[in-house]
Write a protein of this length. Structure first.
Length: 173
């Protein structure tokens, strides 16, 4: 009986000591900023491509102007770099019109993670989506819509980009 008291006392002491203070410095996780997450998703080279394999959209053309298909941008790519909560930079290749897409510039988030403003003042709505079935490379889809003016007339643009990773296991992509 006396031995059981010591075992019980030792067990209680062990439990009490092992329950440390959870408020120690360095043990709390920093909150994740959704703008940092979105900015990081935007990083990479994006190509214009029909999104016909996308299950949630029946058929999407790469570029529309006021709802009509425009094929002059079909070889355009945009490279976004340095994406973070404060914004980043971009450059375009094979761009048809620098008034619509400047060849180089910066961007920052406007009001939320789905709205950015280019350095030329154009405000853009963005939507980024990952399609990943674990047997194929990751495919990211980026829809950018914005309005420009042409001879005092507003023109609505929609650009649909895709970025594909070489491996389904590449977390850095």
């Amino acid at each position: 009986m006396n031995q059981n008291k010591y075992i019980l006392l030792f067990s209680m002491l062990f439990i009490f000591i092992s329950c440390g203070d959870d408020t120690d410095e360095g043990t709390s996780l920093a909150p994740i900023n959704p703008l940092d997450t979105q900015g990081n998703l935007l990083n990479g080279t994006w190509n214009l491509e029909p999104l016909s394999d996308k299950p949630s959209i029946k058929e999407v053309t790469p570029v529309t102007k006021d709802g009509m298909v425009v094929d002059v941008f079909n070889n355009m790519t945009i490279t976004i770099s340095g994406g973070s909560a404060v914004g980043g930079s971009y450059s375009t290749l094979n761009n048809y019109d620098n008034k619509i897409w400047p060849s180089i510039g910066t961007w920052n988030f406007k009001n939320d993670k789905n709205e950015i403003q280019r350095s030329d003042g154009v405000v853009m709505s963005i939507f980024v989506e990952l399609i990943h079935n674990y047997a194929q490379p990751k495919r990211y889809f980026l829809r950018i819509s914005f309005t420009t003016t042409d001879d005092n007339k507003e023109v609505d643009w929609v650009f649909n980009f895709v970025r594909e990773c070489s491996s389904p296991f590449n977390d850095a992509c």
